[in-house]
Design a protein. Structure first.
Length: 232
């Protein structure tokens, strides 16, 4: 038996009636993985089949732009929820600071000037007769705030007030005495006249063993810095 080359293909011819096997470059265009079939089973064309330009990033859209609340904006700016933009106002540390810059009050937590009325109340204003809230006891250097004609239940530092509180709203003697337009109201204890008798309302030249701060009031013209009420 023998083998022979046929054309450009290698053929093994087994003359005893055997199988002919050919492998040649002439059929390369129909082979698996050839250039024409490139990408059918993972070639370059298939490498992009599931990740086209329209699909790239379909699950990762652009970041949401704009603000939804004032806390989304930087210090000195508030959120315009209509268009999601942050609008600059001004920076502040107290209500007084904000008012000086033309704002309504200061959001101290964010250091930002705000329009309108402070929801925590104001240091000034009248308390209505229908208000059932008891005035809170504030520390020295503070005053109870008022909102909608009633006490808010909160206290504000005197230095942070947007307006000067009324003398009658001051709860401590030193705060009252520090105001040139205010007079302290004191209750005198153990007060006696020069003859040793107890002092009564309207008496003068009385000497008291002690005093208790009773309140603060607006100083009348030509009035002294103290008004004394004789007690026990």
């Amino acid at each position: 038996m023998g083998c022979s080359w046929v054309g450009a293909s290698l053929a093994f011819v087994l003359t005893a009636g055997c199988v002919v096997v050919s492998c040649g470059s002439d059929d390369s265009s129909t082979g698996d993985g050839g250039a024409g079939d490139g990408g059918a089973d993972g070639g370059p064309a298939d490498a992009r089949a599931d990740v086209g330009p329209n699909d790239a990033g379909a699950d990762v859209g652009p970041a949401d732009a704009g603000c939804k609340a004032n806390t989304d904006c930087p210090m000195g700016a508030v959120c315009n929820t209509a268009d999601g933009s942050c609008t600059a106002t001004c920076k502040c540390t107290t209500d007084a600071d904000a008012v000086k810059q033309g704002a309504g009050f200061c959001d101290e937590a964010r250091g930002t000037c705000m329009a309108g009325t402070d929801p925590n109340g104001s240091c000034v204003g009248a308390v209505g007769q229908t208000c059932t809230m008891v005035r809170p006891t504030c520390g020295e250097g503070q005053v109870a705030t008022i909102v909608n004609g009633c006490y808010s239940g909160l206290c504000e530092s005197l230095s942070a007030c947007s307006a000067t509180p009324a003398c009658g709203s001051l709860q401590h003697e030193d705060d009252c005495a520090a105001r040139t337009d205010c007079s302290t109201i004191l209750v005198g204890h153990g007060c006696t006249k020069p003859d040793g008798s107890a002092c009564r309302a309207g008496d003068t030249n009385c000497t008291c063993t002690s005093f208790t701060f009773q309140g603060c009031e607006h100083k009348a013209a030509a009035a002294g810095s103290n008004r004394i009420i004789f007690g026990d």
